[in-house]
Design a binder for this molecule. Sequence first.
Ligand code: GCU
Length: 353
Amino acid sequence: MKKLLQSRNIPDFFARCADLASWEEYKEELKELFLTEEYGHLPKKLTPSIKAEEQGVNFAGKARWESVFFTFENNGKAHTVRAELILPKNKTKIPVFLYISFSGDVPNKYLPMEEILDNGFGVMTFDYQNVTSDDGDYSNGLYGLFSDNGQRCEFGKISLWSYMASICMDYLESRDEVDSDCVAVAGHSRLGKTAILTSILDNRFALTCSNESGCCGAAISRGKTDKNETIEDITRVFPWWFSEKYLKYVSNEDALPFDQHLLLAMVAPRPLMIGGAIEDVWADNEGQLLACKLASYAWSLYDKVGFVDSGSDTSIDGNVCFHIREGSHFMSRYDWNVYMKKFKQILGDKYEI
Ligand code: GCU
């Protein structure tokens, strides 16, 4: 552990956690710290009115597809977010991936819907930009419901995308055919960052799949090379993702009161999956793997195994899984198959196709 910490000059934040009780206490402090310093606090939870509409398309008769419309009202304004729920037909207790998506289309280039269905899983998904746009406009979508005349709120947009994921989880809990104890939250890249935040704030998710989330996701922030994305890079191009307070760590990573492995650690004791791609140097694969190894300490406090090195590029035997595949930044069928393999492993005897 010491060597790993030294490799990136990371303070030993876990030093104060000799046992589970001290970790649980630290975890609450950390949650608050990450929200205050990095992502911003989620706004108050609104109760949306919900309308569901059956869709005709049903994947060769294998699935039922419903569009779900969540209408939120606040400050005299209203906004509707549309989500899609696709469940294998004639099944009960369905395990589901809640996939936070770059698109409202099903399937789409990152979402091989039919393959997922054929593996026995359902999918709930929404287009993140239908929640609020991915830019510096704070007046639209759900953000606009909380903002005063388009002014920035304390929270960044990653927090709001997480907010919507939890709303979807509420809906999944209301559906009899879904096994709400078996819902995974999944996302790619900026939405992989969102998936981790969602999971630490909402422990109803049984599995967390964060694909190539990199900087401010699964990768350690300290000790980057000049080919990796830094806090300076990310806040210059995407300042709206974060709390404004995060700017004080630009070129000042050593001042961070945490590093990203502690974000991962808060997922414990539930299983966590981190995916990388060899050519995705920007995301810092070494920093992601290092974070997995360091975070594993939290699982050990629950008497669970964290990261287990398989000696290959796919390590999914422990509760902290890491895989790296050939190629570039993408959420591919290969990645989905790794996530589904682990999900099946977790389901054990419960898994049926
Ligand atoms: C940019 C950004 C990354 C992010 C990625 C994505 O490359 O710098 O931090 O993960 O976009 O969301 O695709």
